[in-house]
Design a protein around this ligand. Structure first.
Ligand code: FMN
Ligand code: SF4
Length: 370
């Protein structure tokens, strides 16, 4: 049997196979961040399609961290009943679902927050506007907000929580020497820049208890001059188990580096698995289950990375926007490769559209039997 379809474990979470749906902001929420019915349908399709674990699109832990319009929220108690419907819908299809929690920091849109905040005041050409330096009280307040958001995830019946520490959002801003120039205990060397993440994990654990699956998506390097390097990223990886995480998904790139994080033009097998060198570095310093994301398209590349032991799970974003049933199709031998063209036409262009696969696909797919 293909290693892709063998069971695996992340903490107390038992996955039926090695394919994970990487967090994908679906833009299917109302103005208050409540999920819309189309999001429930999307998760049902994903669960029926055979993916081992769904990670939701990022949800904002506090109103000051709403990154873009139509983002799902997890910042208040009265959101729990609607979120519980998402968890139920996946469980009814025998799927598993973990919520990614986030604060958009310096990258929040003008449409969603009146001002942006960051560890230090910053203006950069990739930002919509300058961000203001956070006060120590704001820092401790937001740490609690992550903890309470994680508790809501658990109360709503989800199977775990993933802390977003990648892609230039708030936690990755604290880790980044390009963004974080603080001279207090929250800035300076990598130990200090890690403190915010450490405290967030502590607050989350306090709320959800020792056995609940807590994952992280970590940007191991920034890809900008003066930013986080993979060597420092490795030091963060080495500390994760001690902080209380059960598994790590590896990514990279901060603001303006969407090309690094979600590059276009993945055409050949050698373009795939573009963060593999980061996973290879991470494997040397952690025993935690590694989920690797970034450009996986073919079964052979996925199997190779798993067989080599550099990752324990393979995470897919765009391939599952294009074909939510790709895992079943790979399992049944109906397909060897995702049809995704990696041209990035999946982002919504206007409100109400949501993510959708809009690249042209000519071939009719053979019918799946499931
Ligand atoms: C439409 C879209 C939305 C995304 N939203 C998120 C998100 O909410 N959280 C996150 O960590 N990454 C997000 N990403 C990044 C993906 O999870 C993934 O890291 C990246 O697309 C590379 O994987 P792929 O080649 O399989 O698409 C998003 C990517 C796309 C294309
Ligand atoms: S729109 Fe293009 S890049 Fe996006 S999922 Fe579809 S094929 Fe892939």
């Amino acid at each position: 049997m293909s290693i892709l379809f063998t069971p695996g474990k992340i903490g107390s979470l038992h996955l039926p196979n090695r394919i994970v749906r990487s967090a994908t902001a679906e833009s299917m929420a109302d103005a208050e961040g409540r999920p819309l019915p189309q999001l429930i349908r999307l998760y049902q399709d994903l669960a029926r399609g055979g993916v081992g674990l769904i990670i939701t699109g990022h949800m904002y832990v506090h109103p000051s961290g709403k990154a873009h319009s139509e983002m799902c929220g997890i910042y208040a108690e009265d959101l729990i009943p609607d979120l519980a419907k998402l968890a139920d819908a996946v469980h009814q299809e025998n799927g598993l679902v973990v919520v990614q929690i986030n604060h958009g920091g310096m990258q929040c849109s003008k449409e969603t927050v009146p001002e942006t905040i960051a560890p230090s005041a910053i203006d950069a050409d990739f930002l919509e506007r300058p961000a203001r330096e956070m006060t120590p009280d704001e820092i401790t307040g937001l740490i609690q907000a992550y903890g309470h958001a994680a508790r809501r995830v658990q109360e709503a019946g989800f199977d775990g929580v993933q802390i977003h520490a990648a892609h230039g959002f708030l936690i990755s801003e604290f880790l980044s020497p390009f963004v974080n120039h603080r001279t207090d205990k929250w800035g300076g060397d990598i130990e200090n820049r890690m403190r915010f993440l450490r405290e967030v994990c502590r607050a989350v654990r306090e709320q959800v208890g020792p056995d609940y699956p807590v994952l992280i998506k970590l940007g191991m390097m920034d890809g900008v001059e003066g930013g986080l390097t993979s060597d420092e990223g490795s030091q963060v990886i080495a500390a994760l188990e001690g902080m209380g995480f059960n598994g790590v998904e590896i990514s990279g790139g901060i603001g303006g580096t969407r090309n690094l994080n979600v590059p276009k033009g993945i055409r050949t097998e050698s373009d795939e698995a573009y963060f593999l060198p980061l996973a290879q570095q991470a494997r040397l310093v952690t025993q935690l289950p590694i989920i690797l994301v970034g450009g996986f398209r073919s079964r052979t590349v996925m199997e190779q990375v798993l067989n080599d032991g550099y990752a324990d799970f393979i995470s897919l974003c765009r391939p599952l926007i294009s074909e939510p049933d790709l895992p079943n199709r790979l399992r049944l031998g109906l397909q060897e490769k995702s049809r995704c063209l990696s041209s990035n036409n999946c982002w919504p262009e206007k409100e109400g559209e949501g993510i959708a696969c809009k690249c042209p696909h000519e071939k009719i797919r053979p019918k799946t039997e499931v």
